[in-house]
Write a new protein. Structure first.
Length: 291
């Protein structure tokens, strides 16, 4: 099956990044969100990020203009029914994702592949509640999408070979690298990354080190480009907590228990960069540790 039109549900950081790379690769993109303001912000972000690529010689000016022209926005979810591939990139809450699929399913073409950008939720379970489990799979991009090379492809128990191969072909057309992951909680990247971040929060919680010393230790001692607490702020502490809960619930192992301090930050609404405060306070000219 040839994929030419792609629908993206959710115009947040992940959704607009996915729309960006798909348009650059030559796909027609229909970007959906319930909020008109979110769609306006998304298009502004896409233009800004493409302009950065132009300034660095990654793409030409005419390529940017052509790519932007291939992105159409809509607040009507059902308009995505005519696309060949739908990538759901809404918030990391299963009930939200399921509500989106329930609304969209009656309007999909029989051949349309349905995918989720979930970073942790069971693909098999999501697929089982649709009318096309064989045409459903996980399509997990890394953040920021235009920069990161990896895409995790996750097959549910019913996903057929043609669906996997079609999604693999899209990844290859994007010039990215696919990693095939089995459908277990958090897949590959977050199965390894999130417990590390959670352990860094425990290290802070127990007073072993402060925010600055923990991040500096991993950057200088393990050659990480970003400290674990800084990375958590970048990802979003609510997302980190949601993934840790999926790991803890799905694997029933106490080593995945979310740190109480992570829960407290989320309860306070200190979710990281997107809210201005997390393990760092971003409201001034320079980010300052909050502990």
């Amino acid at each position: 099956m040839e994929i030419t039109r792609i629908g993206v549900v959710g115009a947040g950081q992940m959704g607009n990044g996915i729309a960006h790379v798909m348009a650059i690769a030559g796909y027609d993109v229909l970007l959906n969100d319930i909020s008109a303001e979110a769609l306006e912000r998304a298009m502004a972000a896409i233009r800004k990020n493409m302009e950065r690529q132009v300034s660095r010689g990654k793409i030409a000016q005419d390529e940017m203009e052509a790519a932007l022209a291939r992105i159409v926005t809509t607040q009507t979810l059902t308009e995505l029914g005519k696309t060949d591939l739908v990538i759901e990139a809404a918030t990391e809450r299963e009930a939200v994702k399921q509500a989106i699929f329930d609304e969209l399913l009656p309007h999909l073409e029989p051949h349309t592949i349905l995918t989720s950008n979930t970073s942790s939720i069971s693909i098999t379970r999501l697929a089982s509640r649709t009318d096309r489990p064989e045409k459903f799979m996980g399509f997990h991009f890394m953040n920021p999408v235009p920069v990161m090379q990896l895409v995790e492809l996750i097959r549910g128990i019913a996903t057929d070979k043609d669906t996997y191969n079609a999604c693999l072909a899209v990844v290859e057309k994007l010039g990215k690298t696919a990693a095939s992951a089995e459908d277990f909680p958090a897949f590959i990247v977050n199965r390894i990354l999130m417990p590390m971040i959670n352990e860094a929060v425990y290290t802070l919680y127990e007073g072993v080190g402060n925010v600055k010393s923990i991040d500096e230790s991993l950057k200088l001692g393990a050659n990480h480009p970003m400290g674990p607490l800084e990375l958590a702020d970048f990802i979003g502490l609510d997302t980190c907590l949601a993934i840790m809960n999926v790991l803890h619930d799905g694997l029933a192992d106490t080593k995945y228990r979310p740190c109480p301090l992570l829960t407290k930050y989320v309860e306070a609404g200190w979710l990281g960069r997107k809210t201005g405060r997390g393990f760092y306070d971003y409201r001034g000219e320079v980010a300052v540790p909050t502990r």
